[in-house]
Write a protein that binds this ligand. Structure first.
Ligand SMILES: Cc1cc2nc3c(=O)[nH]c(=O)nc-3n(C[C@H](O)[C@H](O)[C@H](O)COP(=O)(O)O)c2cc1C
Length: 537
């Protein structure tokens, strides 16, 4: 037997294969179109291949059907692209896990700007929406959970779990509520490190199925903009939190055991230069680094299911979505563009303003929630004075130890121009506000004038976004409108289309259009790389 095999090896020659350098198209002449608009229609049939040929008169034509042959009669094929449906963009497991049509998610927008209506509309269309729970009292969040659960009985949805280092009671309350109400997907954001609350949410959802596989019922989509923040989400939950949660009876010993075999997050969203909180990173620099970090952690931990990496920040057009997918993003997340949509929980004035902005009409300004730490977020510059006014407040906070240190004339100006009342009156307002929300805040400020000053200044920073959402007439110049450069890019893209007027902007239509056109663009790019540059219509 050995001998026979040896003889065969020596005598059998590999079959000669002819390399095909040219392909010819055969089919009905009615299948080929030559007109730019008709060519675009062929490219838009993303479920079919596209063949580009030159006919006998030298015209460039495109067909979706027909047959290709290596030899014989027919039109020479200059370039071709396979089908590329929008469904194919991104990671199929993201679609499967969240039961989605496309790998597309809308990000949370605080104070219910990412409203129930927005999450329901996007969920019904087969995308994943995240409710803007940040800044809302638990009662309001609970209402939103009830409404969304009643309207999306089988579809997916997420709630934002925002890290609140200044108001830990809020973060605890949110997790408690999500667990009680069966919210199974959270978009975790603003975490500088893991907290016991997020570990609790993740681990309290762990169980084993009949085959012994780990089931992660509570999904975490962590939004990050730097690798040191991403790292703990790419690892299992830390032992000290597990120990503490076990002692408090919040997780079972089995859950603590299972927690060592799964990462803290199912998905990591890389947030580049965006509206709201942002590190202003370039997606092209951030995403590849985070994907490499994920690969490194995966090879170290060998999780059964690797963490997926998605992209956010600057995505509002087919080009930006395709760029993210081309870099390996498992899914894309949009934000700013959704605020201009009819379902967003904001005012008509804001929507109208957003329709007019260019990508340069944005500015960084102090953030209310992390004001004392000097954290900034990205807001609209056009049509509002919020940016410069908020910066002025941070400047006072940095220079003085107490509101009483502010020189009288400057204090008077502040009271007149920004607060429209005395700082002491604002302080009374703060006391009333925190009574319901987090009374410990007032306790901490007693005997700590700098903290009191921070709370007073945060009154303006907090209310200014409420004024924008509510459309408060006499506060238009103080509107705080979180917005990134992607808003302007979207406005440029939709000029002259039905989406130019903000009244026509619906979140699901915007999502569908971005994804459909990204797939078409993929095909145009594929043809371009083969030497055929078809015009975009
Ligand atoms: C008005 C507004 C409010 C936002 N609020 C939150 C928030 O509360 N929590 C959060 O995780 N992200 C928040 N974001 C970020 C978005 O979820 C999303 O990640 C980001 O906007 C994507 O970048 P883009 O603005 O360039 O589209 C907010 C963004 C905007 C525009």
């Amino acid at each position: 037997m050995e001998k026979v095999l040896n003889i065969k090896k020596e005598t059998v020659q590999p079959k000669q294969r002819k390399i095909v350098s040219k392909l010819f198209w055969q089919g009905s002449p009615y299948d080929i179109v030559f007109d730019a608009e008709q060519i675009q229609e062929k490219l838009k049939r993303t479920d079919l291949p596209c063949y580009v040929m030159k006919d006998f008169r030298g015209r460039i034509g495109v067909a979706n059907g027909g047959a290709l042959v290596a030899e014989g009669r027919g039109l020479e094929v200059l370039a071709m692209t396979p089908p590329m449906k929008p469904e194919q963009l991104g990671d199929a497991s993201f679609r499967a896990d969240y039961n989605l049509k496309y790998c597309y998610k809308t990000g949370a927008m605080a104070n219910g700007i990412a409203s129930e209506a927005l999450v329901i509309a996007i969920g019904k269309a087969g995308f994943l929406g995240s409710f803007g729970a940040a800044g809302l009292v638990p009662k309001r969040v609970e209402q939103a959970i009830d409404t969304i659960q009643a309207n999306l009985p089988t579809q997916s949805y997420a709630f934002n779990l925002i890290h609140s280092p200044n108001e830990p009671a809020l973060e605890f309350g949110a997790v408690d509520l999500f667990l009680k109400k069966g919210v199974h997907v959270v978009e975790a954001s603003a975490f500088l490190a893991l907290s016991e609350n997020i570990v609790w949410y993740r681990v309290a959802g762990l169980s084993q199925d009949a085959e012994g596989n780990i089931v992660t019922q509570n999904k975490v989509i962590a939004k990050i903009s730097r690798s040191e923040v991403a790292t703990p989400f790419l690892k299992p939950a830390p032992d000290d939190f597990l120990k503490s949660l076990l002692e408090k009876g919040r997780i079972t010993p089995l859950q603590a055991q299972l927690a060592k075999q799964v990462p803290m997050a199912d998905d990591i969203t890389c947030e580049a230069d965006s509206g709201g909180h942002t590190d202003n990173r370039a997606l092209t620099a951030l995403l590849p680094s985070i994907i490499r970090l994920r690969d490194k952690m995966q090879s170290e931990y060998q999780f059964k299911k690797p963490v997926r990496v998605g992209a956010a920040g600057g995505i509002s057009t087919p080009e930006s979505a395709l760029a993210a997918f081309s870099m390996g993003a498992a899914y894309v997340v949009t934000g700013s563009v959704n605020q201009a949509c009819v379902e967003a929980g904001t005012s008509e004035h804001v929507r109208q303003l957003l329709q007019t902005v260019a990508s340069t009409d944005v500015i960084m300004a102090p953030a209310s929630d992390m004001f004392e730490m000097g954290v900034e977020l990205q807001v609209l510059k056009r049509g509002t004075m919020f940016g410069p006014r908020a910066k002025k407040l941070y400047d006072y906070y940095s220079r003085y130890q107490s509101i009483d240190d502010i020189p009288a004339d400057e204090r008077e100006k502040l009271e007149k121009q920004i607060f429209r009342q005395s700082l002491e009156a604002v302080w009374q307002g703060c006391i009333e506000f925190f009574q319901e929300r987090d009374p410990a805040q007032i306790e901490h400020a007693k005997g700590n004038p700098k903290r009191k000053m921070a709370l007073i200044f945060r009154w303006y920073l907090g209310l200014s976004s409420n004024w924008a959402n509510a459309g408060t007439e006499d506060r238009k110049l103080d509107y705080q409108i979180w917005c990134g450069p992607s808003m302007g890019a979207f406005n440029d893209w939709v000029i002259g289309t039905d989406l130019e007027p903000y009244q026509n902007r619906k979140v699901a239509v915007v999502a569908e259009r971005i994804m459909q056109d990204a797939a078409v663009l993929w095909r145009l790019n594929a043809l371009k790389m083969q030497g055929v540059n078809l015009a975009r219509v």
